[in-house]
Design a protein around this ligand. Structure first.
Ligand SMILES: Cc1cc2nc3c(=O)[nH]c(=O)nc-3n(C[C@H](O)[C@H](O)[C@H](O)COP(=O)(O)OP(=O)(O)OC[C@H]3O[C@@H](n4cnc5c(N)ncnc54)[C@H](O)[C@@H]3O)c2cc1C
Length: 324
């Protein structure tokens, strides 16, 4: 008997009968990533936590891989799409509630919105996330951050569902937060409880607005891209202090701003951002990443490692070398 795959219409039909949210077949993932890149997949838009658990149980029973998607702002989907169920966490799982300084944030809430709404209510701690265009869930998984603030600074606990559909309340100390990652395992994040501090709302709003302006002026924020393509390298002790230090500085100092591969180019605004100029593909992004990595290594002896998650056809994360 041939194994069930996420592309089977029977799989989608069975799932549809078990959830309240929408199940779309052949849905272009380009619609759901900030790169505007990615082929088709079967996508569930869960409207409740029960939908998520039911989908995970279904996948576990029939052996179909799955992928949890937030706002798609830190990943590159393959041009051929995914042969995995994509569970897109958004509306329905985007609550925001407060009790005695503890805020429960739904994973589907956009982080900039969470930042603005808590700041406007006079609570500081996540207001600096206004410039990170991902979801709360993606922010937790990536331990995203900017301007010196990270999710791990405020997280008290994380509510997850595992691959068998079981709920877990993970204390922050058990979430394995390190720089731009967590160790929550293959789970779906449903929400997080964060502890914020009461501050002057007008001052917070002013700071939030000025950080947002700064972001828009320094990065191609409103163009299709995935933020930083490469992590900042760990430099040798004898690295010239007057030389480049960040990935963007290395790429710029190698003269690669504006370099293109098909429809994707190194941004002339910020060299560690690659922008899709309209008809870019995942193959173009990977070509450009490889060229940039080898030119920087030749000139500076520094190897850049991807920050963007390169998603493989089964929803797993792949390396640049595995992607041909
Ligand atoms: C213009 C721009 C600027 C950026 N600036 C910054 C920055 O300053 N700092 C920074 O840290 N990042 C930055 N990023 C990257 C990105 O916004 C963050 O990593 C963000 O937190 C990713 O959230 P997301 O919802 O888009 O996650 P996605 O891209 O959808 O997913 C990223 C990873 O998280 C997992 N995931 C997402 N949601 C869930 C969930 N609910 N449950 C389980 N797993 C989940 C996915 O499976 C995937 O592995 C930037 C991106 C862009 C486009």
């Amino acid at each position: 008997m041939t194994p069930t795959t996420a592309r089977d219409s029977g799989f989608a039909a069975a799932l549809r009968s078990q959830v309240r949210g929408d199940v779309r077949e052949h849905e272009p993932l380009s619609r759901w990533s900030t790169y505007r890149i990615g082929g088709p997949a079967t996508v569930l838009f869960p409207s409740t936590a029960e939908d998520v658990a039911a989908a995970l149980r279904r996948c576990s029973v029939v052996g179909v891989p799955w992928f949890a998607l937030g706002l798609g702002s830190n990943l590159l989907f393959p041009d051929a799409g995914l042969d995995a169920l994509v569970i897109r966490i958004g509306k329905g799982l985007d609550q925001l509630t407060e009790r005695n300084g503890e805020w429960v944030l739904g994973a589907g809430l956009p982080a900039p919105l969470a930042a603005k709404r808590t700041a406007a209510a006079g609570w500081g701690g996540i207001h600096k996330m206004v410039g990170v265009p991902g979801s709360v869930g993606g922010g937790i998984v990536m331990n995203a951050g900017c301007h010196g603030a990270e999710w791990r600074d405020v997280v008290k606990s994380v509510h997850t569902v595992d691959a068998q559909g079981h709920d877990h309340l993970v204390a922050a100390a058990q979430a394995g937060f390190t720089y731009r990652r967590s160790d929550l395992g293959h789970v779906v994040v449903l929400s997080t409880t964060v502890t914020l501090q009461q501050e002057d709302a007008a001052r917070l709003e002013e700071e939030t607005e000025s950080l947002y302006r700064w972001r828009k002026e320094g990065t191609p924020f409103n163009q299709p891209c995935c933020g930083s393509v490469f992590k900042n390298p760990v430099l040798a002790r004898d690295h010239d202090p007057a030389g480049p230090r960040t990935s963007g500085q290395f790429i710029e100092a190698t003269g690669l701003k504006g370099l293109r591969a098909g429809g994707v180019k190194v941004s002339s605004m910020h060299a560690n951002y690659f922008v899709n100029t309209g008809d870019g593909t995942a193959a173009n992004v990977l070509d450009l990443m490889k060229t940039v990595r080898s030119r920087v290594a030749e000139q500076w002896g520094v190897t850049l490692e991807p920050e963007v998650k390169l998603i493989g056809s089964d929803g797993g994360v792949t390396t640049m070398d595995e992607r041909g």
